[in-house]
Design a protein around this ligand. Structure first.
Ligand code: SF4
Length: 399
């Protein structure tokens, strides 16, 4: 029996496939690797490939994997990570002896699946917003802006093309064994092909699958979308909202708060479950108290994710005096979230503000914000007035 303590086990390679916008397959969304693509390997085949099998073997032996470095980084910062969250989802404990993982996978019947239980597909970058912390692969508007600003790293890429490989990829995994289907845009509700494919999923297949939809909330789901949502066993809508009211217009530019509240009303009317999903960055760290107040007042379920990449948008990349303001505001947030998992995460955020700031990417942040503000005729001081003196100081030093 292998009694060595395993600090790196993750369930994802045993249950999940993630397919990114240009067709790269992987075992989760936290890995950037481009070795398998849907042009030559469907997500279903990738799940059964030698590469994934080797990864599973290493996971069972407690080997630290290079490709999982982002999770290890998250754990060093906030004692949490995608890995920890995914293990928790399957009720798998962390830091157990190797033999425990062998046994629990067998007990849960996850050792040797022939189809993923959970498939995540980034299907198209078609989007009506260009959220500041987004990127050109995930938003067509962001891509267009980057091209006009001359900063696109792939101006000729056609991320919103929906070719036969994407149809085949979906086809390879929407099967009876699938339990969760997570489809992402861009703005998922804007992508006609996604609507078509989901409409075509047969009722007796859909009735076993939980559908997860990511949306920025600015596209009100129409009658057809409501029919799709109701056809699946369960539908969970993740509403990406990073700030309250008009502040969200700046962070998730140019979102309209009235449209978001209209979407929430439609979902509530039809009994569709939704969760407010927030990316925490240095742009909204000082705005979170208002957002969390609104979430708690309305008793919405929520989840928040602390951004690691790109580094210049990490929450700790702020001058210390701004972190001090964020600290005071976060300490005033009551621990009254419907999702109790948010309470320790709020403590993590507070502790992050207490430790001294790591503003090593501050100049990159200032340049990026000033470039986008100028183009969008926006000004970050409208949402964080206290940032003004630091932006100016850096501009002077840059000159
Ligand atoms: S440890 Fe992290 S990066 Fe690695 S497979 Fe698990 S969730 Fe993905």
């Amino acid at each position: 029996m292998d009694k060595k303590i395993n600090r790196y086990f993750c369930v994802q390679p045993f249950v999940n496939t993630t397919t990114r916008i240009q067709g790269q397959n992987n075992v989760c969304c936290n890995i950037n690797s481009f070795e398998s693509t849907i042009k030559s390997q469907s997500p279903g085949k990738f799940f059964l490939s030698d590469r994934v099998k080797k990864m599973r073997e290493k996971m069972l032996k407690g080997v630290k994997l290079d490709e999982c470095s982002l999770c290890y980084y998250q754990e060093s910062m906030v004692n949490n990570s995608h890995r920890i969250e995914y293990n928790k989802y399957y009720n798998i404990k962390n830091d157990q002896q190797n033999e425990y993982y062998d046994k629990i996978l067998k007990k849960l019947r996850l050792s040797d699946l022939d189809n993923p239980l959970y498939a995540e597909l980034h299907i198209s970058n078609l989007c009506n917003l260009k959220c500041l912390t987004c990127n050109e692969r995930d938003s067509s508007k962001f891509h267009a802006e980057n091209k006009l600003l001359g900063v696109s790293y792939d101006p000729s890429a056609e991320y919103s093309n929906f070719d036969i490989n994407k149809y085949k990829a979906l086809d390879s995994i929407i099967k009876r064994g699938l339990l969760f289907l997570d489809i992402r845009g861009g703005e998922t509700l804007m992508v006609p092909e996604v609507k078509k494919i989901l409409t075509e999923v047969e009722d007796d297949v859909a009735k076993n699958i939980t559908l997860k939809i990511q949306t920025n909330g600015t596209i009100e789901p129409d009658k057809n979308w409501i029919e799709i949502f109701k056809k699946f066993k369960r539908t969970k809508v993740n509403l990406s909202i990073d700030a309250f009211g008009n502040d969200n217009h700046y962070v998730r530019f140019p979102s309209d708060w009235n449209k978001i509240t209209a979407t929430i009303k439609v979902l509530e009317t039809h009994g569709i479950k939704f969760i407010v999903n927030t990316v925490v960055s240095n742009i909204n760290l000082l705005l979170l108290d208002k957002l969390f107040g609104w979430i708690q007042e309305n008793k919405y379920l929520n989840y928040f994710y602390i951004l690691e990449s790109p580094e210049h948008f990490r929450p700790t990349n702020l001058p210390q005096s701004l972190l001090d303001i964020a600290l005071k505001r976060l300490q005033n947030v009551s621990k009254d979230f419907e999702n109790k998992d948010c309470h320790p995460k709020l403590d993590d955020l507070i502790n992050m503000c207490k430790s001294s700031g790591t503003d090593t990417h501050w100049q990159t942040f200032c340049k990026e914000i000033q470039m986008r503000d100028k183009y969008r005729q926006n000004n970050i001081t409208n949402i964080i007035p206290q940032i003004k003196e630091y932006m100016n100081a850096k501009v002077q030093r840059d000159q």
